[in-house]
Design a binder for this molecule. Structure first.
Ligand SMILES: [Zn+2]
Ligand SMILES: [Zn+2]
Length: 264
């Protein structure tokens, strides 16, 4: 049933693409979902902050004093939510079926990851995306290539009912694209068994309560000693990413990092 619904949604989205012309989500100009002029207004995050207190901290790490009850090492954000077309890109990608924007968004994410984890630029050379050079930080050309084999990419899962309604999981699409760009391996490690209320409608305390026992590790593979990069579209308080990180840690993961398009 889920598969049938998903296929229906995908087919529907395909027809929408064929019947309706594309309009830039930033300026409404006809022709593409994101025109090159609007793409230039995207502001990538160069200096990451501690997700708890908001003060600058390399790689978006939690400060020692900000880490109480937190399973994540840190959260890396790729771009500023309020700048340029980022908010509209995320909204259309997530709610209006414009999955094509996932490609642009994941370029931003891959670059943020590269900058913060010092991945080699050689992983990026094959991308035929002229936007890439706008976000490439020359500094990481000079850095040592880090051992990316130790990292696994995964994503925040949706409850099956939500996924069937939407036809896709936006975080999963981003993870697949980021994997292609970076050469990292991706795996669907998590499952969401409880249908929860939208986090945005809740206070910080009820957010945690809402997510309690919602996520489970479904993978039969061992996570012992593995470093996991957990992808979601946006984060506000970090509670969803942290709840996922908690179960990954219980399953043996050594280090868990959040990677998002932006802080909403
Ligand atoms: Zn535009
Ligand atoms: Zn802090």
């Amino acid at each position: 049933m889920v598969k049938v619904l998903e296929t229906f949604q995908k087919t529907k989205n395909l027809f929408i693409d064929l019947l309706f012309p594309k309009f830039c989500v930033g300026c409404s100009g006809e022709g593409e979902w994101l025109c090159s002029k609007c793409a230039q207004n995207i502001v990538p995050v160069v200096s990451q902050v501690c997700p708890k207190c908001g003060k600058l901290n390399a790689q978006g790490r939690y400060h020692v004093n900000c880490r109480k009850g937190i399973a994540l090492k840190g959260i890396i954000a790729a771009a500023y939510f309020e700048e340029g077309p980022v908010r509209e890109m995320i909204h259309n990608f997530k709610y209006n079926g414009v999955t094509a924007l996932g490609e642009n968004l994941s370029v931003l994410m891959a670059n943020a990851l590269a900058r913060n984890f010092q991945l080699s630029i050689s992983n990026f050379q094959s991308i035929p995306n002229d936007q890439l050079k706008n976000f490439t930080n020359e500094n990481y050309l000079k850095t040592e290539k880090c051992k990316i084999e130790n990292y696994i990419l995964t994503f925040v899962p949706l409850h099956w009912r939500r996924q069937a309604q939407r036809g896709y999981n936006q975080a999963e699409l981003l993870a697949e694209e980021v994997a292609k760009l970076t050469g990292l391996k991706t795996a669907a490690l998590l499952e969401k068994r409880k249908s929860t209320k939208r986090q945005a409608e809740l206070s910080s305390r009820s957010r945690q309560e809402n997510l309690k026992n919602a996520f489970f590790v479904k993978t039969p593979i061992s996570l012992v000693g593995k470093k996991v990069i957990l992808i979601d579209d946006v984060t506000t308080t970090g509670s969803t990413l942290n709840e996922c990180a908690k179960v990954l840690k219980e399953a043996g993961a050594k280090e868990i990092w959040g990677l998002v398009i932006a802080r909403g």
